[in-house]
Design a binder for this molecule. Structure first.
Ligand SMILES: Cc1cc2nc3c(=O)[nH]c(=O)nc-3n(C[C@H](O)[C@H](O)[C@H](O)COP(=O)(O)O)c2cc1C
Length: 192
């Protein structure tokens, strides 16, 4: 039996993203975002939804660029802090002892201590209501070398990406391996 919870912004879990930007005075800032995700394969795009009241909102519009750094579950405290405090009033990189590295392809900083980083150019802006959706074209993906498989792919077991569960307001780490994508679905058709 399914119990209706009504219209809610909910998914079972979403990756926690740290949006990096330079503010109007050129200071690097990060904010935590859970509303967003991949939105196109070619060109590769990712969207984030940001409230107008945030310091990051204006920064993305001014530089038309942002980064997304993905924290591990061990970095939950840092991610939560970046979602509780505004760059308008505090230097979050300094408060957290993090390194702001300049993007190589876009005019935005990223968190050097995170194992996965995306660099994005702002391509589309959509007013949705409480949030503005920024669609960024992914100009580069960087993965920490020690988190790669010998085949040169990101190793899901080591990435240990931090996830957030809306409504419940809890963070979770990586789940267990379940099955191979684009493969396990070929084995489940019922035979009549
Ligand atoms: C787990 C979590 C997820 C969040 N997701 C979003 C989000 O998707 N969009 C948003 O506008 N704010 C989100 N926030 C709130 C912002 O991170 C928060 O307002 C932050 O202080 C903004 O920073 P800034 O003013 O330096 O840009 C989230 C906060 C937390 C803790």
């Amino acid at each position: 039996m399914l119990i209706s919870l009504g219209p809610q912004a909910f998914l079972s879990s979403v990756p926690v993203m740290l949006i990096g930007s330079y503010d109007i005075e050129g200071r690097p800032n990060i904010m935590t975002a859970a509303w967003g995700g991949l939105s196109c394969s070619q060109p590769p795009c990712l969207s984030v939804s940001v409230r107008r009241a945030t310091w990051t909102h204006r920064a993305i519009l001014e530089r038309r660029a942002f980064t997304v750094s993905l924290p591990t579950s061990a970095q939950a405290g840092m991610a939560d802090f970046a979602g509780l405090v505004s760059g308008r009033s505090e230097d979050k990189f300094s408060a957290l002892g993090l390194t702001a590295s300049a993007g190589e392809h876009v005019d935005a900083p990223y968190v050097a201590e995170c194992p996965v980083v995306l660099e994005l150019l702002l391509r589309h802006t959509l007013e949705l209501g409480s949030h503005t959706q920024f669609v960024g074209e992914i100009m580069d993906v960087k993965v920490e070398a020690s988190f790669m498989t010998p085949d040169g792919l990101p190793d899901p077991a080591r990435l240990s990406a931090l996830h957030y569960v809306p409504l419940v307001n809890e963070y979770y780490g990586r789940g267990d391996f379940a099955a191979r994508a684009f493969a396990v679905g070929k084995t489940v058709r019922r035979q009549n």
